[in-house]
Design a protein around this ligand. Structure first.
Ligand code: COA
Length: 384
């Protein structure tokens, strides 16, 4: 019997702080009108000092878990797609795993720039359909405001912060992720990048002086690339699922620029209102943009059960991809307050368990340190 990967939970989180075009026009040489007419963006959310990629991702994940009405202990794998991780390593996914208390989950970050969520969704779905996993949490989370050059009018107008998450689970009922497509072209790596801070150009006085730790972009080239690949990826994923474009009810595109979406709609000969758009209020939140748009569309009732949806994205790398999902979920009934209470208690206990583990490691380290200083062998732990 074939297993299908169904999306059974979804959630989003955005910071409270709204940054309007008017405010940006006081920071760089631009106008509200220019930004709206060239991008469609009116405002975006910006992380406060306490917000991080992990904290936003965690909030979105908890909401998705509520909708799915599962226990974090049932999660087999957590994938966080992000271009703005908490650290170079360890993975942001591990911070979220710990905070959720998802004790049997593997956890890793995935970097495919703004296409990351599609990559993560595709891998999660394949892990489930192969039978290797049953429940996978996929998160797209970003604090783009931390890597944007706030003096560059070509990029700082575009990006925003936020997170979205899906819970996927295997079922023998046909539906869920029916096809996906992942592509890349590294020859365009320089078109959209953060050049320094990795192993190629480690942080130095020079990289800081030249602002190489912020987003650098060739806007018109990325625009051209995006319009072509969106159309090709949509066509291919629809054909791979054995469907026709006329059978697609909604397209949830990466929310980068309204003009890119309009060009894709023209290329696909579809009305633009077939596309879910909310970039007006959030800007480009990179890996978070698709799940945020999906969450809002579901909440607004504009995504109906038993419809075909295409998710499509593009980004740095260059990368692009698409996934075709049969949205067979009805809005779940609100979980009972008892289940909600159980989950809250679970998060509290997980926090305590994590703190105890950290404490135990400190004590162990202290004892072993003392023994070594006194020339005694530390007890054999069985690990080589
Ligand atoms: N305000 C006012 N003028 C601006 C401006 C701003 N914020 N940003 C650029 N300009 C100016 C340029 O300096 C240029 O002036 P010039 O003609 O005197 O040289 C003019 O506007 C046109 O610049 P250009 O870059 O060709 O504009 P554009 O119409 O391509 O729009 C983007 C710029 C960035 C909005 C557009 O290229 C784009 O959206 N590209 C894709 C970016 C993207 O989606 N990136 C993320 C991918 S995941």
């Amino acid at each position: 019997m074939k297993t299908y990967a169904h999306i059974i939970g979804w959630g989003m989180a955005v910071p409270k702080r709204v940054l309007t075009n008017r405010e940006i026009s006081r920071m760089v040489d631009t106008t509200e009108e220019w930004i709206v007419s060239r991008t469609g963006i009116r405002e975006r959310r910006i992380a406060g000092p306490q917000d991080t990629t992990a904290s936003l991702g965690l909030e979105a994940a908890r909401k998705a878990i509520e909708v799915a009405d599962i226990s974090p202990g049932e999660i087999d794998l957590i994938i966080v797609a992000t271009s703005t991780p908490e650290h170079l390593f360890p993975a942001t996914a591990c911070m979220i795993q710990d905070a959720l208390g998802a004790r049997k989950a593997g956890a890793f970050d995935l970097l495919a720039a703004c296409t990351g969520f599609i990559y993560a969704l595709s891998l999660a779905s394949q892990a489930i359909t192969s039978g290797a996993m049953n429940t996978v949490l996929v998160i797209g989370s970003e604090t783009m405001s931390r890597i944007v050059n706030w003096e560059d009018r070509g990029t700082c107008i575009l990006f925003g912060d936020g997170a979205g998450a899906f819970v996927l689970r295997g079922s023998e009922q046909r539906g869920g992720v029916l096809a996906s497509l992942l592509r890349s072209d590294g020859s365009g790596a320089d078109l959209l990048s953060v050049p320094a801070g990795g192993s190629r150009k480690p942080t130095s006085i020079e990289t800081l002086r030249d602002n190489l730790h912020t987003v650098q972009m060739n806007g018109p080239e990325v625009f051209r690339f995006a319009t072509t690949v969106m159309v090709d990826a949509c066509r291919k994923v629809v054909a791979d699922a054995g469907l026709r474009m006329s059978e697609i009810d909604r397209i949830v595109p990466h929310q980068a620029n309204e003009r890119i979406v309009a060009a894709a709609a023209r290329g696909l000969k579809l009305p633009v209102d077939r596309f879910v758009l909310n970039l007006e209020r959030y800007g480009n939140t990179s890996t978070a943009s698709i799940p945020i748009a999906l969450c809002e569309a579901v909440a607004a009732g504009t995504i109906k059960p038993n419809t075909n949806i295409v998710f499509v994205a593009f980004g740095g790398g260059l990368t692009w991809g698409a996934a075709l999902v049969r949205w067979d979920v009805t809005m779940p009934a609100a979980p009972s307050s008892w289940r909600r209470l159980q989950r809250r208690a679970f998060y509290g206990i997980s926090r305590v368990r994590s703190a105890l583990r950290r404490g135990a490691r400190t004590v162990e380290g202290f004892i072993f340190g003392k023994l070594s200083a006194e020339g005694e062998e530390p007890p054999h732990t069985g690990k080589s």
